[in-house]
Ligand binder design. Sequence first.
Ligand SMILES: [Zn+2]
Length: 372
Amino acid sequence: MKQAIRAARIFDGEREITGEPVVVVADGKIVSTDPAGLPVIDLGDVTLLPGLVDSHVHLAFDPFGVATDQTDPDDVVLARIRANALEALQAGITTVRDLGDRGYLTLQASDAGPEVLVSGPPVTTTGGHCWFLGGEADGLDGVRAAVTERVERGVDVVKIMATGGSITPGSSPFDQQYTTEELRAAVEIAHAAGIPVTVHAHASTGIKAAVDAGVDSIEHAFFLAPGGLAVDWDTVDTLVRKEIYVSTTTARRPTAEPATPVSLTLRENFGRMRERGVRLVCSSDAGIGPFKRFDSLPHGVIEFGELLGFSTADALASATSVAARACGIGDRKGRIAPGHDADLLAVAGNPLQDLSALLDVRAVFRNGERVV
Ligand SMILES: [Zn+2]
């Protein structure tokens, strides 16, 4: 079934197209067919964008619950995964990449609404960050076996914890969990299977090890140090040269809490990284707390414009075309272009003038079908 969708303007993932452009959709894809004679959905004074891509979520988590408590039965977790995925879709997030569940449950929710990319349980050391999700693996042989298992399970991405994290008791974000060699072993096996590797890293040592190992992206990359932040700009420059993406995980719903000096410095640092050429991806880490609901991503895009010095177009790209490329799906997501999936978001007004327009969702299409 072929149809045309008309909007006042389009942001195609990279730039604005004005003059009431029309997008033709056939069999779930965007096609370059002449729209003449086709049924038209006229959306009026809206901007049509590629559906948003949130490259870091935890669908299995309850934002109001306790992540370390993994006692819920599988059917309860699966129902939560589906509900959380739908919350994302309502906000125009048509692709989510899940970077940590228990028992690969998210693989059972590929029909939940948005496209769901899955890592399964993150690879971590015994007792290490998020060990409670079941992904413990130690040493070179342990890491190789864990990554091989994930490839055989059919994951879309391998997630590995290079440093500890703050939500796991007994784990410290300053501690490195894996050596460069161990991370490199993960990269070799995953890349041989055509799967990207993304690495959780807070402190400088873990970030540097991940960069040296040639991973595809780094989650957080805050350069946390005792008492604050300490960016290693040499590592940042290497990361730029190696074309490694940084997924900021900064998107969150607005909060009444005042910003802390560290959180402001963090955003300043990301702004400086942008100036140095880092490919920054706007992502949320949805699920890990009350302000990390599954519709948080648009708020992060607005912040990229307000606090990180992004132009509106670049901010929008950070959650569409750039995010899709970071996830290895840039050939079919994140652009409004022929051959791409017809995952579309229509918002009132023009987010290229005011990014907060992203919060006024008027329509969402997934594989060409209107779902909102
Ligand atoms: Zn996470």
